[in-house]
Ligand binder design. Structure first.
Ligand code: NAG
Ligand code: NAG
Length: 399
């Protein structure tokens, strides 16, 4: 007993079905396009500021931390490395999971890495976080004011991490700075997690300038060196070269992963920033970084950035993050007059790939090194990947 339909009715039905399908398909396409192009404004944004030691990430971290919409934490993975202290590779997933939890304002993960009495002051570099010096974490600094680490340290410690979690939940942006990550692949589950809106800012710096800065306090890096190298005590010149090599390799790896063949969920979520560009043109660079992460620039922030980059850099050295305009040029150049050419040559050797990829020109003699008017910085964009078809190279990192 099948219902019989006259041919015209059948045609109408099929047509109706077709129209419905086309409309539905269009709607889905629209949904998926708009959701990747501009995530809903009210959604929380999660930012990982990835960098390496002595690359200006404290400064860029403050640029986030002092923003009134941001909950910021510095180096949460420090806890993993210092507690477990084995090779970086075996800590990778622990670091990943910790970042995942902390981005979601869940600090219970610290249970594995902190003594049972978990005060806010036990969080590594906690007073660098303006949000931990402001309500609801602390009454000291109004949310739209700039915090002072020294004052915060004196007045804002509290028992337990509940207030820090509450503070975290009350901001539209959570930003974590991390130098202890050497690839992007381990972050894929975070990028795929529908409850996160993750953006990655990758800050790099001329390895020769990094070397000079690290060399000034070499012993403070021994422990981290040993973790990076997965063996030894992290001391000695050769260990330093090998750490530089690992850091440089990680820059290349991340940059290529994000720009050459990025999986869909990584597309448009990665932005590379060179320290030198940040130092030369701070305001424009910060504006671009804010735009990428959906943060608004305010007059108050502009004034603050101007102040800390044009300060005297003497008495307030700690507060000015050593990126005063004069300093920035001096510091960028210091390696050229102070590091022996033989060392420069070795660094260039171990960092060859990264330097050419990121636009840092090598010097081929001591004479070139000392010749300060010789600019060693290539224009930032567009990058020329000679081994790539030009179609792919057109995409810049400015996502
Ligand atoms: C921060 O507070 C300390 C101690 O009260 C003070 O000496 C210092 O000048 C302050 N720094 C800034 C940048 O205001
Ligand atoms: C933890 O914070 C409380 C409250 O501020 C303070 O009394 C205590 O001394 C702190 N303990 C540690 C170990 O820092």
């Amino acid at each position: 007993m099948r219902p019989r339909l006259a041919p015209p009715a059948l045609v109408t039905l099929v047509l109706l079905q077709l129209i419905t399908m086309v409309v539905m398909f269009g709607w889905y396409r629209h949904q998926s396009l708009t959701s990747t192009a501009s995530p809903p404004a009210q959604r929380k944004v999660h930012v990982l500021l990835l960098s390496s030691w002595r690359s200006g990430s404290s400064f860029l971290g403050q640029v986030f931390s002092q923003h009134p919409s941001v909950f910021y934490l510095m180096e949460p993975a420090w806890h993993v490395w210092m507690t477990l202290g084995r090779g970086a590779r075996s800590l990778r997933m622990g670091v990943r999971d910790l970042l995942h939890q902390v981005l979601q304002c869940d600090l219970s993960v610290m249970d594995s890495y902190m003594p049972p009495e978990r005060n806010v002051s036990r969080l590594f570099m906690w007073s660098h976080s303006r949000a931990l010096c402001s309500p609801p974490a602390c009454t000291l600094t109004p949310r739209n004011a700039f915090s002072n680490q020294t004052e915060c340290q004196k007045h804002c410690d509290s028992r337990g991490l509940a207030k820090a979690e509450e503070a975290c939940r009350s901001y539209s942006h959570v930003v974590l700075k991390e130098v202890r990550l050497f690839e992007l692949e381990s972050l894929y589950p975070l990028l795929r997690d529908q409850s996160l809106d993750l953006r990655i800012v990758h800050l790099v710096r001329d390895p020769r300038a990094v070397w000079r800065s690290r060399d000034q306090s070499a012993s403070s890096f021994y422990r981290d060196n040993a973790v990076v190298l997965e063996q030894g005590d992290g001391k000695g010149l050769e260990a330093q070269y090998r750490v530089m090599q690992e850091v440089c390799r990680s820059h290349v790896r991340m940059h290529e992963t994000a720009l050459l063949k990025p999986p869909d969920f990584l597309r448009g979520r990665y932005k590379m920033v060179r320290y030198e560009d940040l130092a030369r043109d701070t305001l424009a660079q910060v504006e671009a970084i804010y735009r990428f992460t959906g943060l608004e620039m305010t007059q108050q922030l502009q004034d603050w950035i101007f102040r800390i980059t044009h300060g005297k850099g003497k008495g307030t050295r700690k507060e000015s993050f050593q990126i005063t305009s004069r300093n920035a040029e001096d510091v960028s150049r210091a390696w050229r007059t102070t590091v022996p050419y033989e060392k420069v040559r070795r660094i260039q050797e171990v960092c060859k790939g990264a330097m050419s990829l990121l636009g840092y020109r090598t010097v081929d003699s001591e004479k070139e090194q000392r010749q300060l008017d010789l600019d060693v910085l290539s224009p930032r964009e567009p990058y020329k990947f000679s081994w790539l078809p030009s179609k792919t190279t057109k995409r810049s990192s400015n996502g």
